[in-house]
Design a protein around this ligand. Structure first.
Ligand code: ZN
Length: 297
């Protein structure tokens, strides 16, 4: 009898537990866990990281942990990101090399199916790290030159690998510019107008790198009158790496540029895509148009 009673009590308890817990679990989807890494950058990372975190958490899809690295030339011996706890890493980092074991752990994380979002100057980082450069496809500054790989840009509607020698990384004054959607079927870009105005920002050009398997989803014309190249330059890219996915945005120099709804939506959608390979977020009604910038906040 005692055994039976214990069993039935346990069953009763389990039943009550299910009745209360299961409907809640069914209603609230598991959030996508994001690791945002900052701590060194030639940009105002302490100002932009809270904005990145807020923009992602505004969707109710993500929970974002921020990992701040030691300062420049600091002691990295305790810098051990727990990549495997996350679906996607957002990099707001442009600074000292990470220890070799951290690099190896990060490569494994993405190879095994993790996501990476490379945000603005994150593509200036790690010029010597071969696998990181494969992940981001192209980068700028950091003493990159022709040894990093060809310049990669669009000319007459076709992507060009240009091996000519020269430094990598360039931009003019921060002005609004038009982003041209080049891959309208991609889940990140789906539903966008064919062209949309981005708020005043740096328009990166002269990026170069291995460029393997990169899909350029959005370009912008780099005007020679604003220190540009006269070519259509990659702004938004995706790159497969092992089983993982990389979303690379060159946009968002500062908090002002991050108010652009085009920046916000591509960040939110790009992070979901890098984490899961899908995008479930609808295009908001305040998305910019071909001739009108749209900002929030
Ligand atoms: Zn910048």
């Amino acid at each position: 009898m005692t055994t039976t009673q214990r069993l039935s009590r346990r069953e009763w308890a389990a039943g009550i537990g299910s009745a209360f817990v299961l409907p809640q679990l069914a209603a609230a989807k598991d959030p996508i866990k994001v690791l945002l890494i900052d701590g060194q950058n030639n940009h105002a990372w302490a100002k932009t990281s809270p904005v990145l975190k807020q923009l992602l958490e505004d969707t109710k899809m993500f929970t974002v942990d921020v990992l701040t690295s030691p300062p420049k030339k600091g002691d990295f011996s305790t810098f051990k990101p727990e990549f495997s706890k996350y679906k996607v890493v957002v990099s707001n980092y442009n600074g000292d090399s990470w220890p070799a074991d951290v690099n190896a752990a990060f490569e494994k994380f993405v190879k095994d199916g993790g996501g990476l979002v490379s945000y603005h100057a994150a593509d200036n980082a790690f010029p010597e790290w071969v696998e990181f450069n494969k992940m981001i496809a192209i980068g700028g500054w950091g003493n990159r030159d022709e040894k990093a790989g060809p310049y990669y840009y669009m000319h007459d509607g076709k992507m060009v690998h240009d091996p000519k020698p020269g430094r990598a990384g360039n931009h003019g004054a921060r002005l609004p510019f038009k982003v041209v959607v080049r891959d309208p079927k991609h889940p990140i870009m789906k539903g966008m107008p064919a062209e949309w105005m981005h708020a005043a920002d740096e328009l990166y050009s002269k990026l170069r790198g291995p460029g393997e398997n990169v899909t350029v989803m959005g370009t912008a014309f780099s005007d020679v009158s604003n220190k540009g190249t006269g070519e259509d330059e990659p702004m938004l890219m995706t790159i497969p790496y092992g089983k993982g996915r990389v979303f690379h945005t060159t946009l968002g120099h500062d908090v002002e540029a991050m108010k652009c709804v085009g920046f916000i939506v591509t960040l939110q959608r790009g992070t979901e895509w890098a984490a899961t390979g899908k995008v479930t977020q609808k295009l908001p009604t305040d998305f910019p148009t071909a001739d009108k910038v749209s900002t929030r906040g």
